[in-house]
Design a protein around this ligand. Structure first.
Ligand code: HEM
Length: 495
């Protein structure tokens, strides 16, 4: 059928872009509703960008389970051959929507799996850890990495003032100022859940799980110099590379793994790392177990409709996959849906990009832009008019809450202990510096971090950060001090 141009209410228009005026030298006519409608619509095109992760790129594909996980979870998505549609969005974190794809930053890697039991969102970063474990610090972290309220500039003093005041961030600082902080485009990198989830079984048992998504072909990075040049010559480098890879049939492919920890391990020997997102679970103790693969094979037709309006949330879980008590995750469970109610509206789950496969059957009604009708069904719990089943297709919703013999038990008063710094906070960063990295990687870190830290005006801030590096390793601190020309710096004696 031929396409013809219409107004927003569907009526054909012959001269779409021609305004009506009085005579050939007169003013416009208010009766020209089509012109007014178009201008008014244009004025409302922008919606709030994401508070964080505003710049990004997305694509479609699928997740296919390759291994049987029935010993870990009763969720049947994780059975060999099971395949579901996936929508993926990659992003930088602290820049605005038009900022450069190659900026030194963490990267977001979000995956929405549309399953028969609802949407399962994996909301990942390209590092296995995060800066902080106390969500109370999240607003400060976000503000310190954004613009100075007076100058409206990114501000090195603000940035390092925050990090040098919060020593638990040093592990992530090592990742950020390695070449992992400048990935080569969006799609040639790994994604890590960082936060711990619970994968449960019908019998009420569960494992704590960390998810990892690894790019087949490896994590490709840029040097600081390459990233800086590209930020000027092609700020949309990552977006373009992803689009072109898929267009050319070089479909980005990832292998998906989990690490698992038992409740006994989490409450015993590994208590200090189980639910702390500033720490990794060492692979020697918690080996990677392959579960499936993700393939990206289709570009969106329309970025705004299909990618910008996506609402990812770690709260979007399906039966047998549950949140853990990890405090940072608990805060995220609230904040993502909350920011999306503001950014996209209360009915954002009804947008085609977000809508789940199962029909909405609940008592949420009306609100702005409600367009998925639940018809005449009762809008309250009724045992007489169309009683609902609450068991779901598998009888599994909140299964382990019902069979709670294996739930964690919490007991005690009110604590504010998440910001407490202990020697433990420096063990893994020290390992990364001394044992995981080679000479070249150590050299690159010192160069990258010094280039940034030397721009700080306030000497006390530089000193505080050097002190944190001393706790990781004295040689590291000395090398950074020398590179930023901090005269006379020495790590305090530990005796
Ligand atoms: C207290 C800690 C955190 C809070 C409060 C927080 C909050 C937020 C908020 C408000 C957004 C914007 C969402 C939107 O507008 O749709 C966002 C985006 C995102 N966050 Fe977090 N975040 C936290 C930590 C983390 C961690 C630990 C990870 C992953 C390990 C993560 C991964 C992401 C990703 C990938 C996005 C982009 C989602 C997209 O593409 O739409 N965040 N976060």
């Amino acid at each position: 059928m031929a396409l013809y141009y219409t107004t927003s209410y569907g009526s054909p228009v012959n001269e779409p872009d021609a305004a009506q005026r009085v005579s050939t030298n007169g003013p416009l006519l208010l009766q020209d509703y089509h012109l007014i409608d178009n201008l008014a619509h244009l004025a409302r095109e922008r919606i709030p960008e994401r508070l964080v992760h505003a710049k990004g790129a997305g694509a479609y594909g699928y997740f296919e389970a390759t291994h049987d996980l029935s010993d870990i979870t009763s969720q049947t998505l994780f059975r060999p051959g099971k395949k579901v549609d996936a929508t993926v969005r990659f992003s930088t974190v602290s820049g605005e929507m038009g900022s450069a794809d190659t900026a030194r930053d963490l990267r977001g890697f979000s995956i929405k799996l549309k399953t028969e039991q609802g949407n399962l969102d994996w909301v990942l970063l390209n590092t296995p850890i995060f800066f902080i474990r106390d969500p109370g610090k999240y607003p400060d972290l976000t503000h310190a990495t954004k613009r100075n309220p007076q100058t409206n500039l990114k501000d090195h003093d603000m940035f390092w003032d925050f990090f040098s005041s919060n020593p638990e961030t040093v592990h992530e600082i090592l990742f950020l100022f390695s070449d992992r902080g400048t990935p080569d485009g969006y799609h040639q990198e790994h994604g890590h859940a960082g936060t711990t989830f619970k994968w449960c079984k019908e019998d009420g048992t569960f494992h704590y799980v960390k998810l990892h998504v690894k790019a087949v072909g490896g994590f490709k990075t840029l040097t600081a110099a390459q990233a800086t040049t590209l930020a000027g010559t092609n700020p949309d480098y990552g977006t373009q590379k992803l689009y072109e890879a898929i267009k050319n049939g070089d479909n980005p492919t990832y292998t998906v793994y989990i690490q698992t920890m038992t409740l006994e391990q989490a409450q015993g020997q590994y208590r200090n790392i189980a639910l702390d997102v500033t720490k990794v679970w060492p692979h020697a103790m918690f080996p990677l177990r392959e579960i499936g693969r993700i393939v990206l094979n289709k570009n969106p037709e329309n970025y705004f409709d299909e990618i910008e309006q996506l609402a990812f949330a770690p709260a979007h879980l399906i039966p047998y996959i549950e949140h853990s008590p990890d405090p940072l995750l608990q805060a995220r469970l609230f904040m993502y849906p909350d920011t999306q109610r503001y950014r996209l509206g209360v009915n954002n789950k009804q947008l085609p990009c977000n809508t789940p496969i199962p029909k909405f059957v609940n008592f949420q009604r009306a609100g702005a832009a409600s367009f998925v009708s639940q018809g005449s069904r009762p809008n309250y719990l009724s045992n007489i008019f169309q009683p609902l089943k609450f068991d779901g297709p598998t009888g599994a919703i909140d299964s382990q809450i019902r069979n709670n013999h294996r739930q964690e038990h919490f007991d005690g008063s009110v604590y504010r202990d998440l910001s407490e710094i202990t020697v433990d906070d420096f063990v893994q960063p020290r390992d990364l510096w001394l044992r995981v990295w080679n000479d070249k990687e150590r050299e690159t870190f010192v160069e990258n971090v010094s280039e940034h830290l030397k721009l700080v005006q306030n000497k006390t801030i530089q000193y505080n950060q050097l002190l944190i590096f001393c706790h990781v390793n004295e040689d590291l601190a000395a090398r950074v001090a020398s590179a930023i020309k901090y005269e006379g710096f020495e790590c305090p004696s530990t005796n």
